[in-house]
Write a protein that binds this ligand. Structure first.
Ligand code: HEC
Length: 153
């Protein structure tokens, strides 16, 4: 009985944590990402790419975190459409929690069904790439060791 209660409490805590992450993520998205990727996540081709079931959104959580931290520089092909623009780095502006929440929100919105991303994943990417000064190129992103991890089913 005690165990059941403890388990239920744990599940409730986890559920409300996930809800908080979605709420925070939506607010970060609506303040920042929306200007380029639009409220529906459809982007503005051929200038800003969509976030709808792209390999970068539903693939490796570490890679997604690293992209928000350091930014991305084109050329890059997303869903068969070439882009050649810049996504600005956010490492000096956003906390690990805010980045994790924004990524979690995107991975669970716009038709995406990929799992949530914890702030620890962002913190680890921040530490791992602390010395990197430049944004990622398509070649960097394609060569990511766990590029396809946790892809949408
Ligand atoms: C100032 C415009 C701008 C902002 C703000 C911005 N992005 Fe981007 N983003 C881009 C551009 C442009 C690219 C494509 C890279 C290129 O052309 O160099 C891109 C690429 C991406 C990609 C990889 C390609 C794809 O479509 O799957 C993801 C994922 C992404 N952005 C997510 C985000 C998220 C999440 C935020 C908010 C935290 C954000 N972006 C904020 C402009 C922006």
């Amino acid at each position: 009985m005690k165990k059941t209660v403890a388990l239920l409490a744990l599940l409730l805590v986890q559920a409300s944590y996930a809800e908080d992450q979605m709420e925070l993520g939506k607010s970060v998205y609506m303040q920042l990402c929306v200007a380029c990727h639009q409220p529906t996540g459809a982007g503005l081709p051929p200038v800003f790419p969509p976030l709808t079931q792209t390999e970068y959104v539903v693939g490796s959580p570490e890679r997604f975190a690293a992209m928000i931290l350091k930014g991305v520089m084109g050329p890059i092909t997303v869903k068969d459409m070439p882009y050649n623009n810049m996504m600005p780095p956010q490492e000096a502006l956003l906390t690990d929690s805010k980045i994790a929440a924004a990524i979690t929100y995107v991975r669970a919105s716009f038709g995406n069904t990929a799992p949530a991303v914890a702030p620890e994943v962002v913190a680890a990417a921040r530490a791992k790439f602390a010395d990197r000064k430049t944004s990622w190129t398509e070649a960097d992103l394609k060569a990511w060791p766990d590029a396809g991890a946790s892809a949408a089913k």
